[in-house]
Design a protein around this ligand. Sequence first.
Ligand code: GUN
Ligand code: ZN
Length: 441
Amino acid sequence: MPIMKAIRSAFLDFLDDPFFVPEAESVRYFSDGLLVLNAEGKIHDFGAYADLRDQYANVPTTVYRDRLILPGFIDTHIHFPQTTMMAAYGEQLLEWLNKYTFPTERKFQDKDYAREVADLFLDELLRNGTTTALVFAAVFPQSADAFFEAAHARNLRMISGKVMMDRNAPDELCDTAAASYQETKALIEKWHQKGRLLYAVTPRFAVTSTPEQLQLAGKLLAEYPDVYLHTHLSENVDEVALVKELFPDRQGYLDTYDQAGLVQAKSVFAHGVQLTAAEFARLSEAEAAIAFCPTSNLFLGSGLFKIEQAKSLDYPVKVGLGTDVGAGTSFSMLQTTNEAYKVAQLRHQKLSPFKALFLATLGGARALALGDILGSFEPGKEADFVVLNPQATPLMALRNPQPTASTLEALTELAFSLVIMGDDRTVAATYVMGELAWAQE
Ligand code: GUN
Ligand code: ZN
């Protein structure tokens, strides 16, 4: 008999996408539920406590009263080297990169420093309830090594890669097309599928890659069909104009990637604020994903992402939420849902609480092609989850006099208070593969 354990609490997860099926059918909620975990850290069983109590009467059970447990948050776009440079004043994308970002990323040539920051970064993710992320390292292969080592030590499901950039950046930060190919190949061999780690081929964006480098990135995807492609796309108006100048023969920004074979089902494009209708349609056809990064898009003044266009019935595109730290202003996915809601409001759209929490959990998992192995409490999935305290602050206690909802209406209210008022203080504990990885106090 393998050793099992269980968690008893209120639980909320998603069975399907509330952008496309009625919300009441997409959300699953137990006000008193039981999550049963096996010895490998996977979900063995999940349901109402009343239904499962007899079957698991002998399983040691941790009880969380007045808490709500969700699948661990998924951050679909973030830069670990930019942890130290949040709140860099006064610039929009291209100037911000030159003035703040490139000088910061230079320091990641030093492997020990990179490891120190990677550890701080992962602490911060866990403190905020984020258990999986798609992460930019810096151009130096040792910066990716440092990140993967730190994530491996914590048994986290993380996707990362060394940045590829061979032009329009300071010399010390540029590789060459050939070197980036070789270095990336070696990193894939070393880290992809090691434990829970996965590799993303990571050209920074079309501005900093020659056509040759993009072609070689495509060659890597062809040679390793199950690795990811992670880059930036159509974030800022000046950037889009510059890409047009740099690639005069291409049909548009997305086409610079498409011509190199970089637009496919495991491709994740950060931002997409300035995309055309034809580009949304192409992303839909390719089953590629967009990381919507509201705090970053507002901070850099990039613009308002059209989520309703991404979630259209005609051309649906997978969408996850990204913090995009350090252009993003918070590690918290709850602060990110808050800003996503406001971006929708500015476009006269409504982002419902369940849609927002879907994006932060199962939606993010699907955007990262991980929907079959995490992102909800389906038996067989990896048991990464977050314990939320709906009364974490005096104001939240005032807003949520009942910390546990007993009707769908009450749950909708509670969920919205988390989406808008939640932050790191709301995260009481974070579990990774069934093990407590972080807890308040
Ligand atoms: N585009 C290219 N590099 C970056 C980056 O580091 N951050 C953001 N937000 N956009 C980018
Ligand atoms: Zn970014």
